[in-house]
Design a protein around this ligand. Structure first.
Ligand code: B12
Ligand code: SF4
Length: 516
């Protein structure tokens, strides 16, 4: 007997309101795994549809299972409230939540749900969802036997990896508003995955703790097969660090060239990977690479060390120099620390003005699932999930909070002055005109939105909102990594902390199925 499965992506975040809006690729994979198991599947993305649309769909279609994707902490309260209202509307429905953040705060989710959330499915969703649905059909209490499941009865076995990333294609056809997804001038834009996981271990990041420091490539054939089904001209490559393995990058590129596929690409990578694999990036420029994001994070050695980026400042600057020679748009990110004073912001502002790149600035935020969540000795000033979006200060600020936000937004304004509004339209006038002609308004609308989204008074007011759901604090644990409490998928083999040259060589040269 088949069931009706409704996959739901929550609403937009502060980030999404200005820079980009992307299709929920992970949820599409989960949806496809469910469809392959013979169930009827629908999907709704609340980044582009309303809560009213959602409740209307629930009322009319009456799904047996509602599955929410939660990659971001800031979405937790919204999902808990939606789950509660859904359970009232459809008491017999089974409600499950999955994704990065859901995996790291699984027990809290169940507690906030007060009975409305039946299960949190940790880890890679496509590996266990069909098994979970079998349990839901026959004996709901058996859900606890599914790998990765956390239910009101306790924790199931640890989550398992999918056997291969090659045999499942995302259910892209289930989204009703595909033209709403964009990043900058790549409008409309689809997303694709070339590899999964990251072998580095930056202290502020949870990519490696989620995937147990494994790193797995998708085969070039599978990538090309997926690409040929994508209608959009823009492609966001979702890999945390693109082209760590030069051979894999070349193989995919050559397969794309052979097929004659022409797209425009966006990717994210590290400075050291860029320098080591220059030819791959040069090759991809010829294939249509348009945008690159480099996680620079700090412009001083001390900052890089604090985030454990395992790269020197000199290398990062060298990487920037090289990126400029590629003739593509380069964006970088810097992490502002709440202890920054006015002088520090001023230094960063000057630096941002001197370089041609787009600079985004985030706020150092200990995030559940990261090492800093356990080791950050400063006490967090709030446990409101909605403020954990790396745009708000959740650690004590050295300056009064109001001044911190004023300085932060003034620094972020550099981006506005350099790259948004009229400045950007001048340099991208032809692109913008062509988008408008094709009815694509996402990019052009975004150019004028900065001031209405980034505003110190609004940031400050966000701290005053009543808080219904508060997250738990972690027990202080200075040795969180070695004790393995951080991992969702268990760490596959790599025990020590150091990434030495030999390991890097290994990561870059092994072509398939690396699991460290
Ligand atoms: C695209 C993206 C974004 C987009 C969001 C677009 C969108 N609509 O989702 C933007 C740019 C807005 C964004 C912002 C941020 N992001 Co982000 N983002 C990504 C990125 C690059 C790709 C996501 C993706 O499509 N992955 C591929 C799919 C296949 O994987 P997936 O979504 O994780 O889905 C799998 C599982 O999570 C699970 N799953 C997912 N949904 C569901 C649902 C159910 C029901 C089930 C059972 C399972 C399940 O199964 C899926 C298949 O295996 C990831 C990195 C990555 N490579 O995953 C980071 C990542 C998810 N982001 C992250 C972070 C930290 C952020 C930021 C906080 C800061 C930042 N680093 O930019 C902000 C959040 C802003 C805010 N206001 O809160 C972290 C993880 C967050 C966490 N919870 O621990 C990641 C892993 C990056 C990283 N290295 O730190 N991000
Ligand atoms: S910040 Fe980038 S390099 Fe560092 S662990 Fe996360 S994904 Fe890997």
């Amino acid at each position: 007997m088949h069931m009706k499965f409704l996959a739901v992506h929550p609403g937009p975040l502060m980030y999404t309101k200005i820079y980009l809006r992307l299709e929920p690729l992970g949820l599409e994979l989960v949806a496809q795994a469910v469809r392959r198991a013979g169930h009827e599947v629908r999907m709704i993305d609340l980044q582009v549809e309303t809560h009213l649309d959602y409740f209307t769909l629930v009322e009319e279609w009456r799904p047996d299972v509602v599955a929410f994707a939660c990659n971001y902490l800031a979405n937790v309260p919204e999902i808990v409230d939606l789950a509660k209202l859904t359970k009232q509307q459809l008491p017999s429905s089974f409600i499950v939540v999955g994704g990065h953040s859901a995996s790291f705060v699984a027990h809290e989710f169940l507690r906030h749900g007060a009975g409305a959330i039946d299960c949190v499915l940790k880890g890679e969703g496509e590996s266990a969802i069909a098994q979970l649905l079998l349990a839901v059909q026959h004996d709901r209490r058996a859900a606890i036997k599914v790998p990765g499941a956390v239910t009101q009865d306790g924790d199931g076995p640890p989550p398992r990896f999918v056997e291969t990333l090659d045999d499942l294609r995302p259910a892209r056809d289930l989204l009703r508003h595909r033209r709403k997804y964009f990043i900058g001038v790549l409008d409309p834009c689809a997303s694709i995955e070339f590899t999964r996981g990251c072998p580095w271990d930056c202290s502020f990041c949870s990519a490696w703790t989620f995937y147990g420091r494994s790193y797995r490539p998708v085969s070039p054939d599978a990538v090309v097969d997926d690409l040929t089904r994508i209608a959009e001209p823009g492609i966001f490559i979702v890999d945390d660090v693109a082209f760590i393995q030069a051979k894999h990058g070349f193989d995919i590129g050559e397969a794309i060239a052979r097929k004659g596929i022409r797209k425009q690409y966006y990717l994210e990578t590290r400075g050291d990977v860029l320098l080591r694999n220059k030819e791959v990036f040069q090759f991809w420029k010829t294939l249509g690479l348009e945008y690159m994001f480099l996680g620079i994070e700090a412009i001083d050695e001390e900052g890089l060390k604090m985030h454990r980026k395992r790269i020197s400042l000199g290398k990062n600057f060298e990487a920037l120099e090289f990126a400029r020679t590629l003739g593509i748009t380069v964006a970088i990110n810097l992490i502002a620390d709440p202890d920054w004073d006015r002088k520090r912001f001023e230094v960063v502002r000057q630096w941002c003005l001197e370089i041609p790149e787009i600079v985004t600035i985030s706020v150092n935020t200990p995030y559940p699932g990261t090492e800093t969540w356990h080791t950050e000795s400063r006490k967090v000033t709030t446990r409101d999930y909605r403020l954990y979006d790396i745009q708000h200060a959740v650690l004590p600020t050295a300056m009064p909070l109001e001044e911190f936000y004023t300085e932060l937004v003034n620094t972020q304004q550099i981006l506005n002055k350099k790259h948004l509004g009229w400045a950007a339209l001048k340099s991208t006038a032809t692109i913008a005109a062509s988008h408008l002609l094709h009815g694509q308004t996402n990019f052009v609308k975004m150019l004028w939105k900065f001031n209405s989204v980034y505003n110190p008074n609004l940031q400050l007011a966000d701290h005053q909102r009543p808080v219904t759901y508060e997250m738990d604090l972690p027990p202080p644990h200075q040795d969180a990594v070695n004790s393995k409490i951080l991992y969702i998928h268990s760490a596959g083999g790599r025990q020590g902390r150091a990434i030495d040259d030999a390991t890097e060589q290994f990561v870059s040269e092994t072509s398939m199925g690396t699991s460290l």
